[in-house]
Write a protein that binds this ligand. Sequence first.
Ligand code: MSP
Length: 527
Amino acid sequence: MSQNKKLFYVTTPIYYPSAQLHIGHAYTTTLADILNRYKKLDGYETFFLTGSDEHGEKIEKKAKEAGVTPFEFTTMIVNNFKLLWNKLGIEYSKFIRTTDQAHEQGVQKIFSKLYHKGDIYLGEYEGLYCVSCEEFLTESQLDKITQQCLVCGNKPKKVKEETYFFKVSKYSQFLINYYNSHPTFIEPEARKNEMLNNFILPGLTDLSVTRTTFSWGIKTLENNKHIIYVWIDALSNYLTALGYLSEDETLFNKFWNNTNVEILQLLGKEIARFHTIYWPSMLESLGLRQPNKLLSHGWILFKDTKMSKSIGNVVDPLYLIYQYGRDVLRFYLGYEIPTDHDGKFSYEMFLESYNTHLVNNIGNLVSRVSNMISKYFNGELLSQGTLKNDLIDSCLLAIKNYQIVMNNYQIAKALSIVLELCNKANKYIEESKPWELEKNQETTQLHTTLATLAYVIIVSAFLLQPVLIDHAQKIADYFNIDLQNLTFSTILSQEMIYNKRIEKKANLFERLNVEQELKRIEAELNQ
Ligand code: MSP
């Protein structure tokens, strides 16, 4: 019965359709997709939300420059977002646009609810506003000498206007208590401490949540001079996407208003403040539960600086996908960029990582083992008693440990467990020397050795599925096995490897000449 199914709701930030997305954005969405696929593999019913954050002054300005309406402008870019997600194999359940009518109505109702609760009040705001980051800046967010925004480098402008405020100051104690009683609510821990020390403990100031100086936004029902300023609009998407306060709250009741659902929200560190302070306060004010975890990852740096359109150092994920395939990019993002600190991207690192792990380790293992089974056993292993040896023990332990770390959303660690297992299998070939067993006609021992290796490969393919969405099945194809038929419990039985046609096939991953590739990339990108 579906009511008994375990439930998982995962969200990414909704991206600004002001420019094309780069691999920094692809990173968050890929992590969400990997975790979502893992949860499905583990028997969960899931809901995976991503989308676009379309209102605000910056987009209004850009559309004007392009000579189109803001909606026409964002639609063009949103279509490119969807194309990218499609090429990257992102299986979202819903793509929300903040211009969707249902979202706009939902946000107005949320605003009214907060207002009637007494948590939103009219006042006047004077401050430095960064148009590019869509936020009012505090002293600590400004360069001391140039007075430029530390995140984007633009100069904020002085703004004074009538505005509604959200009474976040009222929630300071709630936040402190909640953080204390739920020690893993915000990860990594350093981010939680940063929020406490930089913002909460020095005293929270109420947040300006409406504007009157531009019109591209959602009007408040209370006062039509005011449009709801980006963050209340944007954060509400996580609820409106599920139909919160609409006529049909089925999804909301299933995936939010239910303490059994595991809710994971992914976000980059630059928007941690909004997600760890304002968002939990809004939820508390609305009388709603909190997510289980706010996972705030670091940045992908390109040569030590944050990738950004204005610096001109962005890496286009579509280029990498067209050149090397989506699995190679998904693997790099999942394995090489840990979530608890900043990670780096360079084309060289990308190519080296591919050669080391996908070609030399996994690809090599699959090709050697399938070749030997074709050659020595005419492509078929016959059923034998349960295999028991050190490599099998390592394999069973790997399955367990993989689940433990994936349940903690540690994708890089999970991948290192699988890579380590494949490394062990490659070593086992060197040590057991199947070619000598064949020469000495030790057929039983040879059969056991190759069956052990075949089993390890199928387990690895099974565990790699959330990341290598094309190649995991390609690996299993060598052994004529359909991964869709396997689960975390059936994978424990070794029977599936026997009495199948095991074939030698073209290489899984072709080795790349890094120097040559780098030259080609440079020539192409400079065109
Ligand atoms: N629209 C807001 C989010 C609202 S969520 C309710 C926004 N959008 S954004 O287009 O600027 O995207 C920000 C997200 O992109 C970050 O949170 C992060 O997930 C991702 N990244 C953008 N650049 C990045 C890197 N260089 N590295 C890693 N992730 C980065 O903020």
